[in-house]
Design a protein around this ligand. Structure first.
Ligand SMILES: Cc1cc2nc3c(=O)[nH]c(=O)nc-3n(C[C@H](O)[C@H](O)[C@H](O)COP(=O)(O)OP(=O)(O)OC[C@H]3O[C@@H](n4cnc5c(N)ncnc54)[C@H](O)[C@@H]3O)c2cc1C
Length: 435
């Protein structure tokens, strides 16, 4: 340990911290504080760690239930650093290695592709050049005001759905036109982790006291007096609490804060968007698609319905197509049974491959909007939001309660690295108060 590390370890000795949530934010915070000598307990409602970072291997290839890509895996990206630390293996997914289909099943001609990307890019440029930072319009309204014909162009609307609604996690009718593209990103092309994304959490859990199946229902806090966190298995007391539950849980007031969270926190929680993204993995005995193509984009109705498919054959031996539903359609898909969702996804595949579409031998589906510990996918900026609606949530409350998680860091919201950074920031804030 460095001399500074040793000094801090002594400084935090005897300091008790209760962390709520064993996702990447909570584990990052807990790991940092424990390394500095604090006594930390992590309370997790589910019977497993990971939260929205969870890999299911039952198909023989990694099905990422939540986060699927390391976005911008540069060396400075903390998720990349965690992945390197466990010797993770990656495959770059190439956005250009894609084939697009119109709703009649015909492949895009060259001009279809050009008109789609020109339409998409011209809207982004128009917003960039002409919109003030506080413009209250939604992205949909911005498109309509710029060129309402674009709304009738299914190719352009496909791009706004499959690219924008997917990356931001909300429908264009409810996304802020100015903020949806104002966050930061690491630049390098995205990768999937072929050895399983959730393994990156393992080093963070070492030596931690993690209580699984402990659902928190209340947090009482008082400056100078610390915190009392109520669960279905008893009360946990500490000097500090770092609460990393998803925005959906805060919105639904699943945890009673005593006293209630200050009004400006409550306002931000209510105002921020929290949508869904639905994943459907269909495994087949034989591929009926071109196994060299990474992505298939399909123009579908209604907007957001299984419009983007990732071909697992480009990085695994398994004949799996992973379909995505986004925007306003994702919460609808989430409420389907797995059988209904499978039929819905197959219906879209038949648009392109007709009778060649086989019967899946195995299916995995997600339902984030109805997951009682998440109630959605990731935070998105709604019209009228400010960056401070995210970042303001991270400010210490009565010097003993901190909120952390992907929804508390505007620049990298909706990502694993953003969530992790928010956990480290909360840990640093505790260290600061103790020094
Ligand atoms: C479908 C989907 C796709 C995504 N794709 C990507 C991607 O490709 N790349 C990327 O970087 N990011 C992606 N993300 C976002 C990324 O997964 C999240 O930003 C990140 O994992 C959030 O971490 P967190 O620690 O903030 O929250 P979580 O991981 O949600 O952790 C919060 C924890 O709190 C627990 N909890 C909730 N309520 C209670 C309670 N009352 N008591 C106790 N515990 C409770 C939850 O069970 C959970 O474990 C995706 C997310 C989803 C849902």
């Amino acid at each position: 340990m460095t001399p500074i590390g040793r000094a801090r370890a002594q400084a935090l000795e005897g300091t008790k911290v209760v962390v709520i949530g064993a996702g990447i934010a909570g584990l990052g915070a807990a790991h940092t504080l424990r390394n500095q000598g604090a006594e930390v307990v992590v309370l997790e409602g589910k019977p497993h760690i990971g939260g929205r970072l969870l890999t299911d291997w039952s198909m023989g290839a990694p099905f990422e239930v939540g986060a699927g890509w390391i976005h911008g895996p540069e060396e400075e990206n903390p998720s990349r650093q965690l992945a390197d630390a466990v010797g993770a293996e990656y495959v770059v997914t190439e956005d250009e290695n894609a084939t697009y289909f119109l709703s009649n099943g015909n492949e895009f001609a060259e001009e279809d592709y050009e008109e789609m990307s020109d339409g998409w890019e011209s809207v982004l440029e128009h917003i960039d050049r002409n919109f003030e930072n506080n413009d209250p319009r939604s992205l949909l309204k911005a498109i309509r005001d710029y060129d309402s014909d674009l709304l009738d162009d299914p190719r352009v609307m496909w791009a706004f759905s499959a690219w924008t609604e997917f990356s931001k996690g909300g429908p264009i009718e409810d996304l802020s036109a100015v903020l949806f593209n104002a966050d930061k990103a690491f630049d390098t092309p995205d990768v999937v982790v072929t050895t399983g994304y959730d393994k990156i959490l393992t080093p963070l859990t070492e030596g931690l006291d993690i209580r699984l199946s402990h659902t928190v229902s209340g947090v009482a806090y008082e400056k100078g007096d610390g915190v009392a966190v109520e669960t279905d298995q008893g009360v946990f007391e500490g000097d500090y609490c770092i609460c990393t539950v998803p925005l959906g849980i805060l919105k639904a007031e699943k945890i009673a804060f005593d006293p209630p969270l200050p009004q400006r926190y409550r306002n931000s929680i209510d105002k921020l968007g929290f949508g869904s993204v639905t994943k459907l993995a269909l495994k087949f005995a034989e591929p009926f698609w071109d196994i060299e193509t990474q992505y298939f984009g399909i123009v579908t109705e209604p907007k957001g319905r299984w419009n983007y498919w990732l071909n697992y054959r480009t990085f695994s031996e398994e004949n799996i197509l992973l379909g995505l539903s986004v925007g306003a359609y994702a919460p609808i898909a989430d409420r389907m049974t797995d059988a209904e969702m499978t039929e819905d996804g197959l219906d879209v595949l038949r648009q392109v491959w007709g009778e060649d579409v086989g019967t899946p031998t195995q299916v995995l589906a997600t339902h984030w909007a109805t997951d009682p510990y998440t109630l959605g996918a990731y935070a998105y900026p709604r019209p009228g939001n400010k960056k401070s609606d995210y970042d303001g949530l991270a400010r210490a409350i009565e010097e003993c309660l901190f909120l952390a998680g992907e929804h508390t860091l505007f620049d990298y919201a909706g990502t694993t690295h953003g969530a992790y950074m928010s956990g480290l920031r909360a840990a640093e804030a505790v260290i600061e108060l103790e020094s």
